[in-house]
Design a protein around this ligand. Sequence first.
Ligand SMILES: *Cc1c(COP(=O)(O)O)cnc(C)c1O
Ligand SMILES: [Zn+2]
Length: 556
Amino acid sequence: MSFVIKCMDCGHTAPYFPTSTNCPRCNSQWREAEYDYDTLAKTLPLQLPGRSFDLWRYRELLPVRNPNATLSLGEGGSPLIQAVNLGMMLGTPKLFIKDERQGPTGSFKDRQAAVTVAALKEAGITEMVAASTGNVAISYSAYASRAGIKLWAFVTSLVPAMKMREIALYGSQVVKVTGSYDQAKQIASEFARQRNLYQDLGARTITSIEAMKTIAFEIAEQLTAIQGPASSNGKDRAIWRTPDWYVQAISGGMGPLGVYKGFRELKQMELVDRIPAIAAIQADGCAPMVHSFKQGLETAIPVNTPKTRIETLATGDPGRSYTLLRERILETKGTFESVTDEEAFRAMHALAKMEGISVESAAGTAFAGLFKLIRAGVIKPTDTIVVNCTGHTMPAEEFILGNNWTRDIEFPAKKQETPEDGLLAALNQIAPNRFPRVAIVDDTAEARRLIRRILQSQGDFTIFEAASGKEGLSLIRRELPDLIILDLMMPEMDGFAVMDALRADQKTAEIPVIVATAKELTPEEKNRLGAQIQSLMQKGDFLNDEFLEEVKTLIK
Ligand SMILES: *Cc1c(COP(=O)(O)O)cnc(C)c1O
Ligand SMILES: [Zn+2]
């Protein structure tokens, strides 16, 4: 494989060596790998079908000459999961999650560590330095241990103790810096300079950007498999799919810079016809890029004292990464957005409850940003959206979960009772025998599942389902539920007709009804429903706590 390192400032090209970090002509540290795209455009599509789906699938586009299989931990090749429930709640059915939690150490930093450590090993380097908000050091530690490389990990004291211990467990030296992440980086730099050690320089590290771009390659291939090819380029070859949006929570912005480069290379090889809009999300308490972008600045104003509990995202001074990312985001008609810590925690909760995906608060930030951008109309209902689920839950902290999340059983020790009696009594403490009874009448299975899921995740209900108006009516007459959640648009007997029948029968006339509908009602229809309905929920509105509040009031 042939590639060169090209200076972004003066265009000078040089061969790659990991420890040479500056352009030999102008001394710039901002350089990137450039490959022979014309040749690869012809050869790569023929080679891919026989290869396994992992990061090394694209080895001709990575700065490692001979990938060493014995260093691999199975990096890359993460699934692209359709978020059906969340997509319905948000009214964006083409919503996908790139599940980077499934990397070997649980975050997308595993790509960066796998490629960098492979390149270092190839160059004979045995000691390195990295500053980290946690996950980079964990990933590097895992790969460094396999490669026989010693890692000095500089982390801020805000990094959770569990993460620090994991770094130490891999045999790395943890250096705890009481200060901000930017300060930890400064100290790490000085340490590396004095000892002449290799140092990870974030977005200026060739291997980091190159590793992150494999996310783009995978998304394009996976979306093509799901949605079919975008078109044909007239040269007897299919064009791969590009999502409309790539959404990611950012700290230094390395991920989206890499993903952008990945799509750009695919475009250069005519494998895709466009680059997605990038939405980069920060935490409000540390959002230098968002604030600078909104003020139209080309250079970021740093945040000196980040005020967020999401320490993974606490890069206060993004430096030139911001300027580059801003250019890319303007070019792709993307955006920068920020969310509060609370919004991120709530999004984490929603994602876990609705999709069974438990993420760390940094990844929750991306989802909170997604919710915000959809609500603002920036991301459209018809868009194909890929959210990078960057990292797995590292202890779900108490402040995220709140109180009252367990029900405790105390096993009675009294002798006169048989053990079974004791167990039954104990189980009765967990939940009463009778739960509020709710009937869901909706002709689409996904909608029923979604409503069931929302109810289940928030409390105890006995839930009945009916898939048509007729079925619903007989169900309601039989079970006499405490509440009915009714769809309006159903074939044969629609919701209006169900409602009329319920009102005509004194046994069912008083049961409260929540109308759940995806459609805007005409004034006429509203009139027809009149005072009968208790509440009207647009299907896209379910994320708000309103729906549950409504359910709770009606059931009392
Ligand atoms: C590092 C990290 C981010 C931010 O990544 P950048 O692209 O470097 O800004 C987001 N989420 C998680 C889980 C991370 O570890
Ligand atoms: Zn140069």
